[in-house]
Design a protein around this ligand. Structure first.
Ligand code: TYD
Ligand code: MG
Length: 523
């Protein structure tokens, strides 16, 4: 081991400083500098690029690197065109998030809460790669190879592939925490994908810091990045997250890798979402949906929403929400109960709570609902998180329905942004949302008046006896809500309800004719 020099590395931004300071001058974080011994040799001009480059590469690999402008300057036009022949993992939901598969030589970081299913997902990816003819090396630093095998034998995709035996030489397991041995084994078996579960427990023998410390994380990740760049294999690292949900350790880790993925889900629901946080080779808009089952993670094409049930209950509304290029149907529930004026509760789960507060204010001001002394709870069902304004209308209708004890007509999907003036605005991808709603069995789709919908979509809907109803303001949208009893007995159509108001014949529903305390509707 060469001479070392002491530096201080910021846990948050990764900046180096020669002296310890209470506050990082680069990012302003307090108490974030950690002592770190740098090998002086490594920073000499003769050393390769930060991520290793030709270090430890075989002569052929070094030659290949030199031709692509690594270790030797070449004209930009001479750098070989990146053919990005992605390696599909065979798990389409995972590939979708990656942008079509693993880019050879790329490093991915998968973060997520403990027990969310990271190891399960990686094992399924490894098995799938092996089935597809690649060699997957599952380096487990947290579990012993026996434990890994035990888990693998539970997993349906692995069992379907004929069990660990039939995967033969191509699904390899390594119980190891020393990064040098992981790299060495990956080179030896010529792995096409190396999965490291988890990077926090991997260490380098020549770094004196404890595993998981910033010094170890940095060096080990750099070694694995160097492995990926020099051999062209893909590397997936599992990273722990902190209590706040950020990736544990330094932001530095996120800077070093090509792709950062988050694995999220609600502990109480089986739905799991893989989301791109950073992707050097694709969009971060896409999500992959999985469901945790007894025999592993199953891919989910669309969230199951009971659109075609009986009349919906007061406080329920459906929304078509976009996740990347894909449209998902979501269900929003709201509950309104008597609270105290001045300290009424407003709670949102899976929804944006400041958006909820705004919608309550709009309902007060423009919808004539007196909600100031009402506790309002709203949630997105099924573990889905809906943050986009397109869900405004459905949230507002769910809250209003819960308060007025009225329901939306059976199978209604509401799409639209609610402005502070009470006007409804159109949202991106409206036509796709309408199309998906109709495909999934919606009888009525509420859209803003300004929405542009192709004539063919409207015609098809009409032919199938479905309604695409355009509403201009939140007041008009509230007229679509039907009193519960009437919804059950009369089956009044949405256009009738709107037609009646158009002619100015809005009759207050029975329960509102004699205003009860707290239930008052202006206008
Ligand atoms: P795991 O992949 O070990 O989580 P992580 O690596 O993110 O900590 O998954 C652990 C949870 O998943 C565990 O609580 C049990 C559950 N699980 C299933 O429900 N079905 C399965 O087939 C497997 C393997 C795990
Ligand atoms: Mg695990």
């Amino acid at each position: 081991m060469g001479k070392t020099r002491i530096e201080f590395l910021c846990r948050d931004c990764g900046a180096n400083h020669p002296k310890w300071q209470g506050k990082c001058p680069d990012c302003g974080a307090w108490d974030s500098l950690e002592k770190f011994a740098v090998e002086v040799e490594a920073t000499k001009p003769g050393a390769g690029p930060i991520w290793g480059g030709a270090d430890g590469a075989t002569p052929e690999e070094a030659e290949l690197l030199a031709r692509s402008g690594i270790g030797r300057a070449v004209a930009l036009s001479e750098v070989p065109e990146a053919q990005v022949p992605r390696i599909p993992t065979g798990i389409s939901e995972f590939d979708r998030v990656l942008g079509g598969g693993v880019v050879p030589g790329s490093v991915m970081l998968l973060g997520g809460d403990p027990g969310i299913g990271k190891s399960t997902l990686l094992m399924q990816v490894a098995a799938s790669i092996a089935v597809g003819g690649g060699t997957a090396l599952y380096a487990s630093s947290e579990e012993s190879p026996q434990q890994v095998r035990l888990r693998a034998e539970r997993l349906e995709p692995v069992v379907r592939a004929g069990g660990a035996k039939a995967l033969g030489e191509r699904l390899l397991v390594l119980g190891e925490t020393n990064v040098a041995r992981i790299v060495e084994q990956a080179r030896r078996v010529r792995a096409s994908l190396v999965l490291v579960d988890s990077i926090q427990l991997v260490h380098r023998a020549d770094v004196s810091a404890a595993p998981g410390s910033i010094a170890q994380l940095r060096r080990c990740t750099l070694d694995l990045v160097a492995l990926a760049k020099s051999t062209g294999c893909g590397v997936v690292l599992v990273g722990h997250v902190t209590k706040e949900g950020a990736l544990a350790g330094p932001k530095l880790l996120e800077h070093l890798v090509d792709v950062v993925l988050g694995f999220e889900g609600d502990r109480h629901s089986a739905l799991r979402v893989v989301r791109g946080v950073k992707n050097r080779f694709g969009s971060t808009q896409e999500i992959g949906l999985f469901e945790m089952q007894g025999d592993g993670l199953a891919e989910v094409e669309a969230v199951r929403v009971p659109l075609a049930g009986g009349p919906s209950a007061p406080g329920c509304a459906f929304v078509a929400t976009m996740a990347g290029t894909r449209c998902l149907l979501g269900e929003v529930h709201a509950l309104v109960s008597t609270g105290f004026l001045g300290s009424a509760k407003r709670r949102a789960s899976g929804l944006d709570s400041s958006r909820l507060a705004m919608l309550i204010a709009v309902l007060e001001k423009h919808g004539g609902l007196r909600l100031a002394d009402q506790d309002v709870f709203a949630q997105a069902l099924g573990g889905l998180k809906i943050a986009e304004p397109a869900a405004d209308l459905s949230i507002a209708l769910a809250v209003a329905g819960a308060f007025l004890h009225r329901t939306l007509p059976h199978g209604t999907v509401a799409i639209g942004e609610v402005g502070l003036t009470g006007e409804l605005r159109t949202v991106p991808h409206l036509e796709q949302r309408v199309h998906e709603s109709l495909r999934r069995g919606a009888r009525v789709v509420l859209v803003p008046s300004s929405a542009k919908i192709g004539a063919n979509v409207e015609r098809d809907a009409r032919n199938e006896q479905r309604d695409i109803v355009k509403v201009g303001t939140i007041q008009r949208a509230l007229d679509v809500l039907t009193p519960v009893q009437r919804a059950l007995t009369e089956g009044r159509s949405t256009s009738d309800a709107l037609g009646a108001t158009e002619r100015g014949t809005r009759t207050p529903p029975a329960e509102l004719a004699e205003p009860k305390a707290g239930v008052k509707r202006r206008g």
